[in-house]
Ligand binder design. Sequence first.
Ligand code: NAD
Length: 357
Amino acid sequence: MERKEPGNALRQERSGHFALIKVGINGFGTIGRRVADAVKKQDDMELVGVTKTKPDYKSMVAEKKGIPMYAVDVKSLETFRAAGVNVKGVLNDLLQRVDVIVDAAPEDTGAFNKPIYQQASVKAVFQGGAGDNLADASFVAQCNFEEAIGKRTVQVVSCNTTGLCRTISTIDRAVGVTKARAVLARRATDPDDVKKGPIDAVVLDPTTLPSHHGPDVQAVLKGLNIVTMAFKVPTTHMHLHSLILSLRKPATREDLVAALGAAPRIQLVDGKSGYKSTAAIIDWARDLGRPRNDVYEATVWKDSVSIVDGEAYMFMAVHQEAIVVPENIDAIRALYGGYIREESMKLTDTSLGIVHR
Ligand code: NAD
């Protein structure tokens, strides 16, 4: 297959053809399945395969979509064979066939998987929960795409950290941010995860300050003064942030709304139009026909944006299952090389139906 010309990038050429970036996904759960579908939508990428631990309805759907499947290891290969399900090999076979692997395996497995990728000389994109200090750079496309270029590994920061980085960097560029404080009401778990709670409690997450989000933001927005605190609430579909920013320069709420409205991957909604809860945001995405009702944009309530005593206040919602999907696609291009930020983000946004700014 020949890759379509993506635009003005400094592209790599192989044998006179624009080579497709060969991508594998290790871990086919909430994030892995979404990134796999997003990779399939890119004209400059080929989804070589995904790994699964065992045959189940998710592997049946993958088969139906024509996604090549690999077992995570020899033991799981036997499970597939015993069930009569066709897999192309194990993770190591997949690694021989790809340029970039996206690690979407469960939390805290990055330290185990990283040497496997290194041994196969394959560049790797890790997710926020994979582990601490794993990768050569933390990554949010609109903040530091350039930092990932030429690296062997990057870590797409967590869903909440991605939302915070997008919003705070936008206000910082517009009027300067001297201090950020955020209180996060976190969804308890993902919709398909029946094992976790709470179903009747608000759980401090953790009881101490700061939550991990503040230090994670600082790995991208270096030097930012930020404190975060978080708790879990019994919902599955979104996180909600109460965000307070001390500003370097005097600004009006209109200045901030204009900056947020012009920024990539941030959308503004308001209560007057019926957006009075996170459920309404998900309903909007469902009505629009977004796959799996995915909201890729950090969603800020325009009517919540206020200036009080020189400080900015706002509410922001983050769809945990979806917000990191465009970042993963851009991280693949940054690691592979030959792209500039603007071009990669435009390709990604256009393919996913995000309004590109
Ligand atoms: P998940 O549990 O939904 O999916 C993980 C998948 O990996 C499962 O299908 C599991 O069977 C499979 N798996 C198990 N052991 C494996 C192994 N050894 N090798 C490969 N695959 C294996 O997890 P998730 O929610 O998709 O999270 C993946 C990563 O993304 C974590 O680091 C998480 O912190 C991060 N993340 C999750 C969310 C979210 O809201 N779900 C948001 C942002 C980032």
